[in-house]
Design a protein around this ligand. Structure first.
Ligand SMILES: Nc1nc2c([nH]c(=O)n2[C@H]2C[C@H](O)[C@@H](COP(=O)(O)OP(=O)(O)OP(=O)(O)O)O2)c(=O)[nH]1
Ligand SMILES: [Mg+2]
Length: 138
């Protein structure tokens, strides 16, 4: 059994209207070739929100102005265990661009189920769809 420590990751579910921003992880990265919610590792001395702001500036060139904690999820990949700290990003300044050359796309909430995400992400997709697509009968 591994005793390696859990990698804490700040993850942004970036909303614009009914769409969510995804970025393609490059083939050389862990879980490469899959679409992700932009984000990255929380560094020592940083709060998760600070990490989120820094990572989204570094990766997709936006300045987060409004965010809220959404869910946390620990997932053990064979090679490492991650703690995904997921935030809804409901306000930002700037037009997103892939700062690291990565393709970006906006996907409607209903379409998230058709996207190939890292293995850890299934519960995130379900929770987003539950949160935003719950039918409200008259
Ligand atoms: N950003 C992000 N990471 C995810 C998602 N799902 C998932 O399993 N991960 C995993 C993949 C990685 O092992 C880890 C995030 O690491 P990362 O590669 O984004 O870290 P980073 O931006 O700090 O990059 P680096 O400096 O280490 O290259 O979390 C997701 O939706 N978004
Ligand atoms: Mg990253």
């Amino acid at each position: 059994m591994s005793t390696a420590k859990v990698i804490h990751v700040a993850v942004g579910v970036i909303l614009r209207g009914q769409q969510i921003l995804l970025a393609l992880r490059n083939g050389k990265q862990h879980q490469g070739g899959k679409w992700e919610f932009p984000g990255g590792k929380v560094e020592q001395g940083e709060t998760v929100e600070q990490a989120l702001k820094r990572e989204l500036q570094e990766e997709v060139a936006i300045d987060v102005t409004a965010s809220s904690a959404f869910m946390q999820l620990e997932y053990a990949y064979p090679e490492k265990t991650v703690l995904l700290d997921i935030y809804l990003v409901t306000g930002f300044d700037g037009e997103p661009e892939g700062r690291e050359g990565q393709p970006l796309r906006w996907v409607g909430i209903a379409g998230l189920g058709d996207i190939e995400f890292p293995d850890a992400n299934q519960p995130i997709v379900e929770r987003i769809q539950q949160h935003f697509l719950t039918l409200k009968p008259a």
